[in-house]
Write a protein that binds this ligand. Structure first.
Ligand code: GLU
Length: 291
C-alpha cells in the first residue's frame, strides 16, 4: 500500500511552529517512501474561522520547503480538500450511522444540557445520562420526525457500554480506553456542519490516508475515531496512528505558548502575522532571519 499522509490544519489563526513541525514529519515520511503529502483544510468550525489564515498556512509551508502533492492549492482526485465544501458527504455518512443504530438525533437545548450537568456533577452526555435527555432514543417516533424536520438537531455517536477500545500508536504503543470514559460526541452540529471527529474520520478514509501523524493533543480523541471506523465498517482500512509529543514550555509543563515565546525572545510563528481582530503583530522566524 502506498504511503498517503496529510497535514490537516484549521484556519483559526497563524500556524504555530509546532504545526509546521507536524507537517514536516508527515512530509519526511512521504518523501522517504515515495508517498503522497496531502493538505486538507479543516474549516468546519465557523466561529473560529479567521480570514487570511489559510493563505498564511500555504505560504508558511512553501517557505519551509514542504511541498504539497495533493490538496488545497494543488488539486487532486479527492477534491474538494476544504471541509466546508464537503458538507453533503458528512451528512450522508452521519445518516448511515443513525440508520445502523450507531448514532442518534438529539434535541436538547443549552439550558437542558446545563441542567443535566447540575443534576450530576461531572456528568457527560453518555450511556448513563442519554436516556434522561431529549433525543431519538427517548422520544416517540412522530415527535422525532417533527423535530428533525425543523432542522434543529445534532447527531450524536452512540458509544457502546462496557467495552475496551484498543488502539496501536506507532509512538505510544498500545493505548486502551474504556468506553465508560467516552462521551456521546456530537458528529453533526445544528448548523449542518460536521464536528472535527466525523469530518476527520470520513475524510481520512475517503482520501485513503495510510498514516495519521498529528500532535499528541489528539490522542484522547483517537478512541472515538476507532469506534467510528468500526461502525462504518472501515476497520480494515483504518490508518496507522502516530501521535507526536508536543513542543513544550522549557520547564516541560504544558504546550509552548505565544506568551512563553515572547517572554523568552523567540518567534512562535513561521512568518510575521497580524491578528485581524486585535491588530497585534508577531514577528516570524522568516523575518528573524531563520533559513
Ligand atoms: N484540524 C486538526 C488540527 O487543527 C487536525 C488534527 C488531525 O490531524 O487529526 O490540529
Amino acid at each position: 500500500m502506498s504511503v498517503r499522509v496529510r497535514f490537516a490544519p484549521s484556519p483559526t489563526g497563524a500556524l504555530h511552529i509546532g504545526g509546521v513541525r507536524t507537517a514536516l514529519y508527515n512530509y519526511l515520511l512521504a518523501r522517504q517512501t515515495g508517498g503522497t503529502m496531502i493538505l486538507r483544510i479543516e474549516d468546519t468550525d465557523q466561529n473560529r474561522f479567521v480570514p487570511g489564515a489559510e493563505e498564511y498556512i500555504l505560504e508558511s509551508l512553501a517557505w519551509a520547503g514542504i511541498k504539497i502533492d495533493e490538496g488545497v492549492g494543488a488539486g487532486g482526485p479527492h477534491a474538494p480538500y476544504r471541509q466546508s465544501e464537503r458538507k453533503a458527504i458528512y451528512m450522508h455518512h452521519a445518516q448511515q450511522l443513525v440508520d445502523k443504530g450507531h448514532a442518534y438525533y438529539a434535541f436538547d437545548t443549552a439550558a437542558e444540557l446545563e441542567a443535566m450537568r447540575e443534576r450530576t456533577p461531572n456528568a457527560q452526555y453518555d450511556s448513563t445520562t442519554r436516556l434522561q435527555m431529549k433525543n431519538s432514543l427517548t422520544l416517540p417516533a412522530e415527535d422525532v420526525k417533527k423535530a428533525v424536520d425543523t432542522g434543529e438537531y445534532v447527531i450524536r455517536l452512540k458509544v457502546p457500554v462496557g467495552e475496551e477500545v484498543v488502539l496501536h500508536d506507532l509512538i505510544r504503543g498500545e493505548v486502551r480506553v474504556m468506553t465508560s470514559q467516552l462521551d456521546d460526541k456530537v458528529l453533526m452540529k445544528s448548523d449542518g456542519m460536521p464536528t472535527y471527529h466525523l469530518a476527520n474520520v470520513v475524510d481520512d478514509y475517503l482520501m485513503q490516508i495510510s498514516h495519521v501523524i498529528r500532535g499528541e493533543e489528539w490522542l484522547p480523541s483517537a478512541a472515538h475515531h476507532v469506534l467510528l471506523y468500526r461502525f462504518f465498517g472501515w476497520e480494515q482500512q483504518m490508518p496507522r496512528f502516530a501521535h507526536l509529543p508536543l513542543l513544550l514550555k522549557p520547564d516541560g509543563n504544558g504546550k509552548l505558548s505565544k506568551r512563553d515565546a515572547d517572554r523568552m525572545g523567540f518567534p512562535i510563528f513561521p512568518l510575521t502575522w497580524t491578528d485581524p481582530r486585535t491588530k497585534e503583530t508577531s514577528v516570524g522566524f522568516r523575518e528573524n532571519g531563520y533559513l
